[in-house]
Write a protein that binds this ligand. Sequence first.
Ligand code: FMN
Length: 247
Amino acid sequence: MKKLLSILLCACLLLNVTACGNVEDSEPSETGNSESESVQPDTSVQPDESVQTEAEPESTEGESVSEDNEPAETATGSNILVAYFSLAGEQYEVGVIEKGNTEIVAEMIADATGADTFKIESTEEYPTTYDGLLDISRKEEDDPPEIADTVDNMDDYDTIFLGYPIWWGDTPTIIKVFLQSYDFSGKTIIPFCTHAGSGLAGTDRTISGLCPDSTVGKGLAIRGSTAQNDQDSARESVTKWLSDSGY
Ligand SMILES: Cc1cc2nc3c(=O)[nH]c(=O)nc-3n(C[C@H](O)[C@H](O)[C@H](O)COP(=O)(O)O)c2cc1C
C-alpha cells in the first residue's frame, strides 16, 4: 500500500512539474543552500527551492502587533500575521519529527519580522503516520476539515505570510478552507511552503484564484528536510527572501 501511495505521490510530483512549472518555478535557489543535492528516492523530480517573482508586496510601511494582538509600533510599521499549517509526526524524508517543517520556517519569519503567528489546526487530529496522512489528505478533498480556531482580529493585518506543506502538488485543503474563511480583499498574502521536491508547485496561483482581490507576493519554497535538518541554511533563505521582498 505504501509503495502504491508513493508511486501516486511521484506521479503527482511529475504532473505538477509538467502542469505548473513556469519560469519562476524553475528559478534556481537564491539561497545557495543544498536543496539541489538530494532527490526523493522514488522520483525523478528535481528539488526546486524557488523564489517566485510574480508580485511584489504592496508596501513595507505599517505596524506589527504584539502577542496579544494589540497594535505595536515596529520598524516596518506593518500589521503582519504569519499563519501556517504544519504537522509533526512522521513526515517524508525526515522521519518522525517533533516540530513540523513548515512550523520551523514560520517561526523564522515571525522572529525576523516581529509578526504575530497563528497555527491553522483542524478540529480533528491528524494521523501521525505518513501513510495515514496520504489517506486523510485525499479524503479531505471531498470532505474539507474544519479549522479549530479563528483569527478574531484579521482586520488588523495588512500582510499575511501563509505557510503550508505541499500536498499532492497543491496546498492542503485546510489552507483553502482558511482562505475562504476571511475577507482578504486589499491585503497582501505572501506564500511560503515546505516540500519534498515540488517547490511552490503553483500554489501562489491557487491562492490568487481564491483571493482575487488580494496581492499575492513572491513565495518561498524550502525543502522540508532543509527546514528540519539544516536550519542555518533555511534561515539564510528566509532572511534573503524577506529582504528581497522589503521586509
Ligand atoms: C499527504 C502528503 C502529500 C504530499 N505531497 C507532496 C507533493 O506533492 N510534493 C512534494 O514536494 N511534497 C509532498 N509532500 C511532502 C511534504 O510537502 C513535506 O514533507 C513537508 O515538508 C511537510 O511539512 P510539515 O512538516 O510542515 O507538515 C507530501 C506530504 C504529505 C503528508
